[in-house]
Design a protein around this ligand. Sequence first.
Ligand code: ADP
Ligand code: MG
Length: 712
Amino acid sequence: MSISTVASILSNPIEYLKGVGPYRAELLNKELQIFHFNDLLNLFPYRHVDRTRINLIRDIQHDTEYIQVAGRIVSVGVMGDKRSRRLVAELKDASGVLELVWFQGINGLQKLVQVGSEFLVYGRVSFFQGSPQITHPEIESLVREASGQATLEPVYPTTEKLKVKGLGGRQLGKLTQTLLGMLKEKDMPENLPESVMAYPDPAGGGTLRHLSRWESYQQIHFPTRPDLYQRALTRLKFEEFFLAQVRLGMIRSKRHRYSQGVVFTQVGEMFNRFYSEYLPFELTGAQKRVLKEIRRDTGSGRQMNRLLQGDVGSGKTMVALLAMLLAIDNGYQACLMAPTEILARQHYEGITALLKEMPVEVRLLTGSSKSRSRKEVLDMAREGKLQILIGTHAILEESVQFSRLGLAIVDEQHRFGVEQRARLWKKAAIPPHVLVMTATPIPRTLAMTAYGDLDYSIMDELPPGRQPISTVHRLDDRRSQVMDFIRHEIGKGRQAYIIFPLIEESEKVDYENLIRGYENIKAWFPEPKYWISRVDGRQKPAERETNMQRFLVNDTQIMVATTVIEVGVNVPNATVMVIESAEKFGLSQLHQLRGRVGRGQEKSFCILLTSPRLNKEARERLNTLCATNNGFKIAEKDLEIRGPGDIGGTRQSGMLNFKLANIVQDRELLELAREMAERILDNDPDLEAAENVGLKHFLQTQHGKTQWSKIS
Ligand code: ADP
Ligand code: MG
């Protein structure tokens, strides 16, 4: 079915809207990225002013956050100079006086804010030397105020520059009103299929029907009733989620249907022999399940793109190894990439040890591989003489070519973007299967959005016999008890980690702390039988390697390190993890660090040391960590504390740029959108049914499409 693409009124340049013109259009382009009518329509008010609700200045309490007052300017003047130059005005109403302060746009404001003029003022209250003030308030002249009929007026985000040029929140509202007045229902055809229009009434009981697009836009900007505003908001949030889910679902479904993948037809000699003779333990149910999923994907004739989410210590490495053996059984090569050199080397050693009785060629390639061995490895990969290549991202370099790469695994790193994956595809005529394994679990809502184009597997089960790690928070003046505790544990033959933060901004100070800490710890353990390793990012790779190696084989009992050992490192004999300045770490990072212990049969401990001065967020992080060992729960909490903007480096991800919806607060709506998108695509994967024509047309023509390349 062909779809006409008649230019819509909404794609008109903003310049042509009545009241805009070329000069203002340029300002709107630059300041708010508004280029077309549609962009203005999608600049949503962040609140509505209820003009009937005006507070008295006297009502301001110490915990008042935002307030709206009305009054007359009784004094105004510029104070301070250079950086402290500011415009200060006093606003007086019947009950008291409030100070208004501006640091920017002073010249323009001076014309507006004059003694005697009356304003409606809104803003965040702060206190300066005991008196209330508002910095950069929103102000509107009361004189020009129309006879107050509209009770809810929209307030738009704007910039100081626009305000000064007469495009403040109020004027933006006028423009939007003009635009909405021009639009007819037919200019905003429905993009939601009929079958998704019904949704559960949040008030309970029955179902409601979404407002039409046209009505939703009218209500979101200029609500006539609070309940209609709510329904408009729900609809537009749902629409955002739904459209994103349909797009992601189409990418997945296209790959399922059309991508060509190498076929692993059989489970053969290597897999079976390893499984029956050398597998050191029984697989967990979750490991078995994930292997089945991988086997199904790789046998399907389509390319696998799977995200394996497993909690710390759930045994992802063994899944990776078995999947690689499956590739070899089918005549293909496999590679395993780790985020750090330490981890790559550890995988290499672990895997060569496990495979030592089997005829499998395994090689290591990292940034510090010597050129001789590097050349040899490259030759072997190209000529098909090696079967498993383990390494850092050095493997992605163009010089690394395989004769028959069938499977690429990325360990402990879910942020492996489409572009990086594409570099892997070029390493073989038919793109290899890709398995990306996470460093820590990610919340379901994030998996559904930022990683929604991948299929995903979950390993939420730890190997049997693991005891939960006891986690406690201690103030750092109790360090001596902590040291005694370490002595007690290493006396029993166990090992301990002590981690120091090393964050870039304060690298020098942190580094000094690390060295001082290391010297102190040496002084705490003077006994000749105890040895200490130190590993940090400033050491040469060889030195780091030696220190790591000594700890791995229990030549050293204590490892003093920075977060270079954060992910993946596996020393099951280690039972104590002490984290210095724990307040400086993020929640997932703490969980990942803690995951270095509790990897064997012995009871393990994690001690979070901090100074007594902690902010609320840090306290919440530490409490969460002490309360649970479950990485999936921790991931949810992390998202809740930090908000969706900044999780796991997904800030760049276009998929999280929802204008109205929020994956934390609106998760139920997201689940609903996901479910409905899947149902639609299951029945009609190319959106060809009559019911889905509006949706398809919208997806093909809408403005401001998501930047797909950013999604990982
Ligand atoms: P992660 O998922 O964090 O990468 P690893 O793959 O490093 O975890 O495994 C953690 C530890 O658990 C390793 O010592 C590994 O040998 C062990 N292990 C993995 N699977 C099992 C299992 N099914 N039974 C017992 N131990 C296991
Ligand atoms: Mg691992």
